[in-house]
Design a protein. Sequence first.
Lengths: 371, 329
Amino acid sequence: MRLSSDNTTYRVAALSVVKHAYLPRGVIGHPRFELAVVADDDNQPDWVHERNELFAREYGVPYVRDVERALAEFDVQVAVVSSEPERHADLSVRAAGLGLHVIQDKPMSTRLSECDRVVHEVERNEVKFMMWNRNFLPAVLEGRRAIERGDIGDPYAFHVDFFFAKDAGPPKGSRKPADPPMDWLEALKAAHVDGSDGGVGTEAIGELQVEGCYPLAYIAMLSGACVSRVYARTASHFHQLHTDNGVDDMATVTLEMDRGLVGSICLGRIGVASHPDIGEIKLHVLGSKGALVISEARPEISIYYREQPAHEFRNQRLIDIENDYLLADNFAQALDTDGNTILDAEASRAIAAATHAAIESASSGRCVELS
Amino acid sequence: MSERDVALAMVGCAGDIEVHREAVARLVGGVVSVVIDPDPDAARIMAEAVGASTTVATLDEAVDTHEVSFDAIVLRGPLAHRLTAIKLAALNQKHVHAEAPVTGSLDDTDAAIDACASTGVLLSIGNTLRALPSNRTIKERVSDRKLGVPGMLRGHRWRSGGDNGIGILVERIYGDIDLAAWIFEALPSEIFALRREEGTDGTQLDYLQIHLGFPGGGMALLDFSAALPEGEEYHSHFLIGSTGAAYADDHHNSHLLYRGGNPAALISREGHLRVTEELQGFVTAIRENAAPPVSGEDARRVHQIANGVARSLEAGQALTAKEAAYEVI
């Protein structure tokens, strides 16, 4: 993989840093990107401004409560969007509309119509777009290299297990009859401390939307194919929060893709007790001449010691930081060469479409075709 | 039943000699008195391995001759002859331990159940995945509520050898479908299945994928390939419950062999323990006049599900349970 070699530094505006700060950190950790400003809309609630200000202070840059003014006044070329999912698309559309290139957290949006707006605006303004992903994790790249070498012949079946062994508040069945349903926003705000706040916002979203992007992105990259039909099952199985808000915390999806390729995804937020580390994340790929079994976590080191905190992973990933660097580098290369990013707007929209089709399938019990 | 050992007749000698040698050596309260197979050499080799004193060519011959004494049959071998053998055994008051899928169809399985019930002999099912130590552990943890309510079962089962298309579907998927039904303690309420027989380059794929929904929200996703290159098989499954999870995985259970180039994986499997557990369960059920650990009704359930899988493959659509069958939604 060729790394970027140009010396141009791109100035970055971080548009809302209310959840996964790893995204803007990952971008500005690369020498080709420099954080210039943090910005958000003035009408956002106090908790949003507090988090934004904290991030701005950490990096010694201004925090501006006016997105358009920040984009106009700070000579930025790239917008990094890490707001609540329900605002992802709007912020990306506005940034692209002002000629900025965009790196956006997943999911692309909770609505397909919003995804279409992003695709349209990115194309109209001829800017680059990348949805944050894990496609450059070392183990995933190892699998890709094996496939590209022809080690397993022509791959035809792609299976990904993607679990986060994290809690989301009290377990299902713990609410007493007289208690009110759990408030989604308040619960996800509280989850910020351990990074389990991927679905934060006023709109509850299930794990298929929160996490599904990652395994779908793996399959898209490894197969080069689009999903044409899905069959899915979802459930609120683990957490009272998801049950109270009518969203899934567990899903299985069968995928049928172009060229007769097939696949599946199993995912969920399965509770901290169900895995010693972050969760079982594996890829199984079948080909005409062999098969691959890839553990996404490796390489790892196992660490155990007396009075080790229960929440500390016993097996710790060693070089995952490479993913962040390589994603940022990929984006820099796309800017330098007017090339494609590893997960551009159209590919991100396709992932969103597959996710929405899976949700529809789970609701109807039928297979759902994608147009 | 008296305190003497239960005498078993092993019908059909295909399969791992060493596994059966180890299993029979550990059997308490049971012995193999006769091995039955039309191939005399195969019968002799198995008889030596399991300590049987006699070999004959057919079950008819074993039943007819007074020189051969046995209380029960362990039925293996081609599915086409199974029902006949079960009926003959039942008619002659011989208990039956039949390897899954018992017969090739639901109707024949029902006939086998009826034949045994009509004469009061046991119909016990072997060659399932339940008796593997890994799956017994999973079931124990489900039963004692450590894993909570079963939510998701995922399985991969890959091997070489091809299947001439899907082959006999129920024979291919029996173990994993039975495991799912056993874990979730129910028939699935929804079934979707797909297959790929040939790749874009004309390669025979023999690939099958089965997606099940269970009452209460449980789900299972299973895939089967018979197109690995010649060599070792791959098995992997996990169960996610509401309060815990279990992972049983060849990937995890591999050693490394270095002989230059990339290392090879040497997979540790569970050896003879499945057969040992199953035969002991059968013998104990006979001695104690109890129900066998896995019964004909369990086999019936798998055949029902397999019929649903076949129907979904044919229709190319998802099915839902409607009374005794599965229909397109």
